[in-house]
Each structure stands twice: as C-alpha cells, then as structure tokens.
Design a binder for this molecule. Structure first.
Ligand SMILES: NC(=O)c1ccc[n+]([C@@H]2O[C@H](COP(=O)([O-])OP(=O)(O)OC[C@H]3O[C@@H](n4cnc5c(N)ncnc54)[C@H](O)[C@@H]3O)[C@@H](O)[C@H]2O)c1
Ligand SMILES: [Zn+2]
Ligand SMILES: [Zn+2]
Length: 442
C-alpha cells in the first residue's frame, strides 16, 4: 500500500505550500535520538541529524516531553498511506526553545512551549478563523488533494500524506512557522499538564463542542482510550446527565467508571451494542461520539474485505452510533479515518435525520488558550489520564505495549535528557517491561 501510494503521489506531484518539510542539519553534523518508522509494526530508535534553522520562521525545540497517540497506531499498523522508511514520527510534544529564526518576534530562546500537532500558516482564510488543522498552505500532498478534493494542514510526524514533516518523538524538533504553532506555558503549569494541549485535550474538547453536547444530554462514547476518556470528562463538564462508554479493554472500562463515574458497556460481553444501548436508553442517545479506531474490525466480513483491500476503513462503529442515536440526534467522528468503507447504513442515517458530523482533525489553535486557562484555574487536570512515564529509549517497546494496551496504559509521558523530574502526583519513571501483567491482544 505504501509503495503504490508513494508512486502515485510522485505522478500527481506536490501541491504548492509556503513551508518546506525537509530540514537542514546542524553544520557540525551532531545527532539526536529519534523514533522512526520502517514498516508495519517496525519502529526503531535511530540517530538522526539535529535540525537547524531552515526557513526564517523556524523554531528549534529541545524536546522536554513527548508521547504516543492512538493516531500513531494507525501508522504503526501501516494503515496511513505515503509513509516512507526512516520517517521520524510524533505529533504531540513540548520543549524549550533552542534556536529561533530571524523572523520570530514573539518567542525567544529559553521559552517553555507546547506545539500544536498541526502546522498552520497563520494567514490563510482557515487560519484566520483559528481552524488551524484546515490550513490551506502547509501540506504538499497532491494525493490528498485528489482523494479528498482538498487537503488538510501539514502534521508533524504523520507521513507524506500530511506533508512529510519530521516529528517530535525525538530529542530535537524543527517547528516550521514557529511564531504561530507554539503556545508559551506559564511556570505554574507543569509539563504533565501542558503537554496534552498539543492534541488530546483540544481534540476531545472539539469532539464534544463540535458534535453539540448540551445540558441534559445522554452521550455515548465509542472507545475509551485517552481521547474517549477526556471526551467523557468534557461531556460531563458541558452538562451531560449520562455518559456511556463502550470498549472491551477491562482496564479502560474500569478506569472510566472509577475515575470519571460514567456507565460502560463491554462489547466483548454485549456483542450486540445497539441492543444493549436500547435497553439502557430506550429513546436513543442524544449524541454519539466515535473515539475508537478503524484498524480493529470486529466482523469477519470487514476483516476479509480489509485484507483484500476492498475497503480501507470500517463502518461498524458509525453504524452502531447511527442506530443507537435518537431520531434527529447527532453523531460525531473524531476518530481518524483515512479512506473508504463498505456496508455503511446510509438508509438509517437519512431516514432518522441523523446529523453525522465529521469533526475533522481538531483545530488545536481554536481551543488551546481556553483549555490552558481552565488548567490554570484548576478547572481541568489532564493528569488524570496519564498512567505511565518512560524514557525515549523505550519508544519501540512503548509502541508495542500501547498497541496491546498492556498494564492499564492510557496516556504516557515520554521523557528525554532535557526533561524536568516528574511533578508532584504525576507517574514516576518506569520500564515498559515492568508494567503490569494485564495483556489485551488486539
Ligand atoms: N481528529 C483528531 O484530531 C484526532 C486527534 C487524536 C486522535 N484521534 C483519533 O481518535 C481515536 C482515539 O485515539 P486514542 O489515542 O484514544 O486511541 P486508542 O487506540 O488508545 O483507543 C481507541 C480505543 O477504541 C477501542 N475500540 C476499538 N474498536 C472499538 C469498537 N468497535 N467499539 C468501541 N471501542 C472500540 C479500543 O479498544 C481502544 O481502547 C483514534 O482513532 C485516533 O486516531 C483523532
Ligand atoms: Zn495525537
Ligand atoms: Zn493557513
């Protein structure tokens, strides 16, 4: 799939952008540790050149905190096209400013900042509305332009389908358009609270806001990984009276009931999720949000069709959501999808008047000031979802264990040689090999 898409992309040629993805190395040839993709389930820690200022709007960060995301698992499984061997992954990171380009006015060397997972230009019509993930000018992928009719913003560490920018699962990272894509963090906010402004907090908040959760709603959330757990919290914050989370990982179901007090459905026990939801909520959900993953089909039919490349994505969750939601209710897709799916229940969507919303890649810039203010005021503590802390040296093992959801893992803080010690109450450094024995094979 990668080879074919890369060949096709070559023939379509690059779409014009205002930034280049390639970085210049430092003149002295010094290197850093970085996590790179080499194939399905094959990621390796490599020595890569340390980036240097390449364009006048660049900022180079020393990474003080990074992490792994459910979206990285799509790359790990080889489900996202236009990956190339040696691509440095990672789209969620924070750091200390090490170098600034000559055009940078608002940020200086030594500042502590978090990056948005998307690279926005700050000037196009989408960026002016803070819809940073929809930026028109930073993603070179001609293939995405053809497949989607338009292209999203460029993303860090997320294949050449999203611009081919080297990511932040590394000791250093180049941030193009550093003047707009970094948020300064006050000293009073710890690294473990700040890091997740790069993605999971704005993403889960956007899912809840954009799908329209309001006071008194009954909300269903498919998938209780970090995005689902945070979306459940935000739904409660917006006044939902009931939140029902659906998953099959025992530790994740327990986490949701114990830490957030929501109801859950274990889909390995209740194989007919729609029937179970109809028992629990006879009139139907007001809002359903997909926080799951498209690379984990349940039905043999989808497994076979995916294997034969007759579809790339799976419609199981979206069909369950449409059937479980009340007439004229809303369903949101914040979970990432990449291409085409079969057996989509278009009839139920139309006949029930379901508002099906593709939430898109979350526009981080639209929300990160508001969320930082919530954290500062003590109204939001993202550390509830952080279960482990590991060293960058363990990234390959972390990919494997996060994929298999070993040891009750939710979100992980990954430290580098530039990190501060863990803050009070945050997880201490652990070795992936020592995580608990609970194993859930996908
Ligand atoms: N739109 C965005 O901006 C954005 C940003 C970040 C992540 N995402 C996406 O959000 C999703 C969740 O991210 P995460 O980090 O929590 O991922 P994760 O992989 O840790 O969690 C996904 C969860 O979904 C569960 N699941 C799988 N199949 C299911 C099914 N049929 N029904 C119910 N649950 C099911 C899994 O058991 C798992 O616990 C991913 O698809 C990710 O790519 C989107
Ligand atoms: Zn992410
Ligand atoms: Zn833009």
């Amino acid at each position: 799939m990668q080879a074919v898409s890369n060949k096709l992309a070559e023939r379509l040629s690059d779409a014009p952008t205002t930034v280049s993805a390639e970085y210049k190395p430092r003149a002295d040839g010094s290197t850093m540790k970085a996590l790179a993709w080499f194939g399905a389930r094959d990621v390796r820690l490599v020595d890569a050149p340390i980036p240097y200022i390449t364009e006048p709007d660049d900022i180079i960060l020393k990474v003080t905190g990074t992490t792994i995301c459910g979206s990285d698992l799509h790359l790990y499984h080889g489900e996202i096209i236009q990956l190339q061997q040696g691509d440095i992954l990672g789209h969620e990171f924070m750091g200390i400013v090490d170098r600034v380009g000559p055009n940078i006015q608002n940020i200086k060397i030594g500042d502590r900042v978090v990056a948005s997972f998307q690279i926005a230009c700050g000037e196009c019509s989408y960026c002016k509305q803070k819809l940073s993930s929809m930026c028109d000018r930073t993603n070179t992928s001609g293939l995405q332009n053809v497949m989607y009719g338009h292209r999203d913003a460029g993303f860090f560490g997320y294949s050449h389908f999203t611009g081919g920018f080297p990511g932040g699962q590394a000791e250093y990272v180049r941030v193009p358009k550093g003047n707009v894509n970094l948020l300064p963090i006050p000293d009073s906010v710890s690294d473990e609270k700040a890091l997740f402004l790069s993605d999971i907090l704005p993403t889960s908040y956007h899912a809840v806001v954009d799908t329209g959760v309001k006071q008194g709603d009954v909300v269903g959330i498919w998938g209780l990984g970090p995005i689902g757990q945070c979306a459940a919290r935000f739904a409660l914050m917006k006044g939902a009276t009931r939140v029902i989370g659906i998953d099959s990982v025992p530790s994740r179901l327990l986490f949701a009931t114990e830490r957030s007090g929501i109801e859950t459905i274990d889909f390995s026990e209740h194989t007919d999720v729609v029937k179970r939801l109809q028992e629990l909520v006879p009139g139907g959900l007001d809002v359903a949000i997909d926080c799951g993953t498209f690379h984990q089909p349940k039905m043999l039919l989808h497994k076979v069709e995916k294997a034969l490349m007759l579809e790339t994505d799976v419609s199981e969750i979206v069909n369950e959501m449409i059937r479980s939601t009340k007439k004229m209710g809303s369903c949101g897709l914040i979970a990432a999808y990449a291409g085409y799916t079969n057996h989509f229940n278009i009839g139920a969507l139309m006949e029930k008047g379901i508002r099906l919303i593709g939430n898109g890649q979350a526009p981080v810039h639209k929300y990160w000031h508001e969320l930082l203010a919530m954290i500062g005021a003590g109204k939001l503590d993202p550390t509830f979802v952080v279960t482990h802390r590991v060293s960058i040296d363990e990234f390959p093992e972390l990919y494997e264990s996060f994929d298999k959801r070993v040891g009750g893992v939710e979100k992980v803080f990954v430290e580098t040689k530039f990190s501060s010690p863990p803050s009070a109450g945050a997880p201490r450094l652990s070795r992936v090999a020592d995580w608990g024995s609970e194993l859930y094979i996908v």
